[in-house]
Ligand binder design. Sequence first.
Ligand code: DGY
Length: 332
Amino acid sequence: MSEGGSARPRVVVTRRWPEAVESLIAERFDGVFNETDEPMSRAQLADALADADAICPTVTDALDASLLGRPGIRTRLLANFGVGFNHIDLEAAAAAGIAVTNTPGVLTDCTADLAMMLILMTARRAGEGERELRAGEWSGWRPTHLLGRKVTGKVLGIVGAGRIGLATARRAHFGFGMHILISSRSGVAPSVLSELGAEQLGLDALLERADVVSLHCPSTAQTHHLIDAAALARMPERAILINTARGDVVDEDALASALANGGIGGAGLDVYEHEPSVTQALLDLPNVVLLPHLGSGSEETRVAMGLCALANLTAFFADEPLPNRVAAAQPD
Ligand code: DGY
């Protein structure tokens, strides 16, 4: 860690951020940056909570009740770099008098783009084709080579109708003529349903009817293993599951079994139950596309996420309302 010195608020940034945003933090605050970009240990996080006025964590920092419940905490703000905040125990943070913010909105397009990319890659067997070609095993064009499934005009089930779910639905409907089904605990506005020509229905009915199911709900106690063996058994044999939300929404072992046994046709995953580790059975299967949590991973978006976190830091230390405060109960 490298440190600047002054009476300005001390801000610990737990991972490397785009340089332009780190420079702005260093201008405005007593910034402490992670030059090695190694994930911080629990001991380092505990030290940061004792020393820093604010911490800017990411999905790789588990800020649970045992860390946030320690005595002698100086930190008053967790300005998360990311929209998902399931790695932060919000109740423990509130009990410790720590505000929490996130970075919504700025990563919607990139994450929806990536969901669409996984739909196409999985249905059209792009991962299998690329692996075959790189392995020198492509023998040339032939009419029955690596036949995938057509995406245009198929039925897409969106689980979770927040910004990213709806952005994915718009891409699929207006770009690929897909018929949209939506399941959402918090409901969908009639204007959105009519814009998309979409149907709102319960999860079970959605799973039974969709050719592709794309997950966009947050990770909560209610959504843990929402897609388990029973849910997978409802899906048609050729259906595809896409997850760009959080890994623990899916029972990864049950998914690997369903894929191996022909229970479903394929899966496209960007997130995993125990990141960065991935269930070996999934790694061994051909009909799954695996990406390393790249949903928001464009230069433009990662800068925008940093600027969003910076806006939250700046407002907090100016005693202004926080632009993106998060509370314990959030809609999907
Ligand atoms: C997000 O913003 O939630 C990304 O998944 C990284 O945490």
